[in-house]
Design a protein around this ligand. Structure first.
Ligand code: NAD
Ligand code: UDP
Length: 313
């Protein structure tokens, strides 16, 4: 039985990861400060002898004995990470610094959840891991983008300098149950508005694109990455290459919900990337991984999840 630490384990992705790791027969310790996560996300695990949860901020050092670390702690939605951008930068950087130190002392493997945001507003399409990105270092998204870029740098230096077994994945837009109804991300905004019959807000002209991955596919990719040989650090893109404009997404949500909501156009937020689509050749070859859940199927599951939560939002 492996002892596995998951930081940010009470968040959207972390809660799915904790459930999968416990189901696979591991002993899981989750730490979270509940900034954007909640105990409700891991309610079904509380009381399980192979699951523990501790309130802790990863900006502070944390001591325990573990075999593997998944470092996910960090707000991910733009409205959340821009709410307190200094806290976001500190979480991204000190969080990974403290976890790399823990990995070094315990000889644990560490996987860090980096992001497609390291590519910024990409000038190369689709984005391979070899692309260095196009990030505005002083814009309103930079607390997250630059925080995550610095975290990648720290991971690689702990590997080169101290031989820590580091693993970097770059996650592309992911969705699924346990997302917060009002996290401001596009899938939750569109689905919740459609279910409530409220206007669907399209930012800009709606021609910007994103590639959406269902959470179960991501979790499989994370576990496969952790299981690669020690010398393989990544970074590896984990995402679904299906690419959609926000207008196409809105039309699909309207079709699947049968909603009569209207589309309304609002200003595009500053530094909003125009396009994003992962090149997943490396994940295919090194992890033998590719996503399985098409957007329409994943959206049906998310719609069912939010329908089941009415009227709690
Ligand atoms: P989330 O906001 O649902 O989860 C983040 C979790 O981290 C929350 O439970 C939050 O309370 C916790 N947290 C935040 N700051 C903390 C701190 N200082 N100390 C301890 N815990 C803290 O977000 P998510 O979508 O589940 O994202 C998880 C990770 O995956 C993040 O690192 C994010 O950057 C990365 N990621 C997510 C996506 C996506 O589309 N969801 C895309 C790329 C990368
Ligand atoms: N978006 C939108 N309407 C919304 C929320 C978001 O048109 O109600 C757009 C947003 O401008 C961006 C895309 O959807 O172009 C994805 O936004 P999200 O915040 O989900 O993710 P990110 O921009 O971080 O990829």
């Amino acid at each position: 039985m492996k002892r596995i630490l998951v930081t940010g384990g009470a968040g959207f992705i972390g809660s799915h990861l904790c459930k999968r790791l416990v189901a696979d027969g591991n002993d899981v310790l989750c730490i979270d400060n509940y900034y954007t996560g909640s105990k409700e996300n891991v309610w079904s695990l509380i009381g399980n002898p192979h699951f523990e949860i501790i309130r802790h901020d990863v900006i502070q050092p944390f001591w325990c004995e573990v075999d593997e670390i998944y470092n996910l702690a960090c707000p991910a939605s733009p409205i959340h990470y821009q709410n307190d951008p200094i806290q976001t930068t500190k979480t991204a950087i000190f969080g990974v610094y403290n976890m790399c130190g823990l990995a070094r002392r315990t000889h644990a493997k560490i996987l860090h959840a980096s992001t497609s945001e390291v590519y910024g507003d990409p000038a190369i399409h689709p984005q391979p891991e070899t692309y260095w990105g196009n990030v505005n270092p002083v814009g309103i998204r930079s607390c997250y983008d630059e925080g995550k870029r610095c975290a990648e740098s720290l991971m690689m230096d702990y590997h080169r300098l101290h031989g820590v077994r580091t693993k970097l994945i770059r996650i592309f837009n992911t969705y699924g149950p346990n997302m917060q109804a009002y996290d401001g991300r596009v899938i939750t905004n569109f689905v919740v508005s459609a279910l409530k019959g409220e206007d669907i807000t399209i930012y800009g002209d709606g021609q910007q694109t994103r590639s959406f991955q269902y959470v179960d596919d991501l979790i499989e990719g994370m576990i496969r990455m952790m299981d690669t040989e020690d010398s393989f650090t990544g970074p590896v893109n984990i995402g679904n290459p299906g690419e959609f404009t926000m207008l196409e997404l809105a039309e699909l949500v309207l079709k699947l919900t049968g909603s009569k909501s209207k589309l309304v156009f609002m200003p595009l937020p500053q530094d909003d990337p125009r396009q994003r689509k992962p090149d997943i050749s490396l994940a295919k070859s090194k992890l033998n991984w590719e996503p399985k859940v098409p957007l329409e199927e994943g959206l049906k599951r998310v719609i069912a999840y939010f329908e089941g939560r009415k009227p709690n939002y």
